[in-house]
Write a protein that binds this ligand. Structure first.
Ligand SMILES: C[S@@+](CC[C@H](N)C(=O)[O-])C[C@H]1O[C@@H](n2cnc3c(N)ncnc32)[C@H](O)[C@@H]1O
Length: 388
């Protein structure tokens, strides 16, 4: 059945105005979600509709300009919006599980002590380095991800590697194994010495054993990692080359044994990119046995809509790395989709361009240096540009 013309014309016009890769259906779904919830914050809506916050903000602007959305303790539909929603089939009662937030993993009371320790640890986390595509998953997500792996028999009695570990998953595994009185060999590899220091301090404070490796995954893995692990958990940089590199290293770390498990956290992609992601995963001989959309929740991470998907991958007999030797070419968002933003000094109005290749690659770097004109450290954001 086709949508009537009013709603169809509006959703197509808005999708075109914001050059939405997901097409008019994402605009229609936005109206359905807002109308069904009554009112939604921009961030909750971004999560529900799986769009980056800046993209959704641009869509909101277009919908407000056309009198479809209004602000009412969040975003709500205007009477015109309600009419359009009726054309689209009308609202429904959301049926997401209230206990697990739709992740499928509830945290049993037995593990609340572990969650508490992770919440305390989270307060000590270093600042994010956006140039490395870092962003911190919330402690609940960290624990849920590890519990998901535990339920798949991938943790206890296993040799577990975290390939990139700003979320301190290795510490979660060690805490959980201790709570269960069981044994686990857990290692973390990361390029960032600050992240490794954070993990080292946490392990020392808790009296846990976590094996740490400072290494750039763009270089071949050290000998003592190759073929040593049963399970790998990884959250690569947010690009397809980043995904292929980290999954290749995961395959090298597990060796050629079929049936090894890889737990991949990766941002939700537009349909076109999702096809590339699936093709890359299948091309490496990895089977996707489960995919949980929006499983991980993050602090900030507006480019990820504040969430990422969790994939359960299993190695087959044909598993082969896509990248051999050193990585050629960029893997980070800032390298492959350079973006600049304007910031204005709150005190004197001096303007700065922030982004890849600029004097200040991040707003954190500008804040630390201070305004070159007046020395102030507070800035407001202007409009940004996105290339690629
Ligand atoms: C790419 S970030 C992703 C962040 C986020 N926790 C997520 O789930 O999407 C994950 C970790 O990979 C690390 N990392 C980034 N580039 C790396 C590289 N070339 N080699 C090793 N680790 C790297 C980061 O320091 C960070 O700790």
């Amino acid at each position: 059945m086709s949508s009537p013309s009013g709603a169809r014309a509006l959703t197509t016009e808005v999708a075109d105005a914001v050059r939405l890769r997901e097409g008019p259906e994402a605009v229609a779904q936005t109206l359905r979600l807002v109308g069904s919830a009554g009112t939604l914050t921009l961030k909750d809506l971004a999560r529900a509709v799986h769009l980056p916050v800046p993209v959704l903000a641009a869509m909101r602007h277009e919908l407000e300009a056309r009198g479809v959305l209004v602000r009412n303790a969040g975003l709500a539909l205007s009477p015109l919006g309600q009419d359009l929603l009726a054309e689209l089939g009308g609202p429904w009662i959301p049926a997401v599980c209230a206990t697990c937030g739709g992740t499928g993993v509830a945290i049993p009371e037995r593990y609340h002590e572990v969650l508490h320790a992770l919440q305390q640890l989270w307060e000590q986390r270093p600042s994010v380095d956006v140039q490395l595509d870092q962003s911190f998953a919330l402690p609940e997500s960290n624990l849920r991800r590890v519990l998901f792996a535990l339920d798949h028999g991938a943790i206890l009695g296993k040799r577990v590697l975290f390939l990139g570990d700003d979320d301190a998953g290795s510490v979660a595994v060690a805490l959980l194994a201790r709570a269960l009185g069981s044994a686990v060999t857990v290692s973390a590899l990361d390029i960032d010495g600050r992240v490794l220091g954070y993990l080292r301090d946490a392990a020392t404070a808790e009296g846990l054993s976590v094996d740490l490796h400072e290494h750039d995954a763009r270089e071949p893995l050290p000998e003592d990692i190759l073929g040593r692990f049963d399970t790998v958990l990884t959250d690569p940089p947010y690009t397809v080359p980043g995904l292929e590199l980290f999954l290749s290293r995961a395959l090298e770390a597990t060796g050629s044994q079929p049936g090894s498990q890889v737990f991949l956290s990766f941002g939700h992609k537009s349909p076109d990119e999702a096809v590339q992601v699936m093709a890359s995963i299948a091309g490496m001989g990895l089977a996707v046995t489960e995919l949980r959309p929006g499983f991980n929740r993050y602090e900030g991470a507006s480019v990820l809509a504040g969430t990422s998907d969790l994939y359960h991958l299993v190695t087959t007999r044909d598993a082969t790395a896509a990248v051999h030797g050193a990585q050629q070419g960029g893997i980070y968002t800032g390298e492959l989709r350079p973006r600049t933003r304007q910031y204005v000094c709150r005190a004197c109005g001096a303007s700065y361009t922030i982004g890849t290749g600029q004097r200040f690659p991040t707003i954190e770097a500008l804040k630390a240096a201070g305004c070159a004109k007046c020395g102030a450290h507070r800035f407001d954001q202007g409009r940004g540009t996105r290339a690629g």
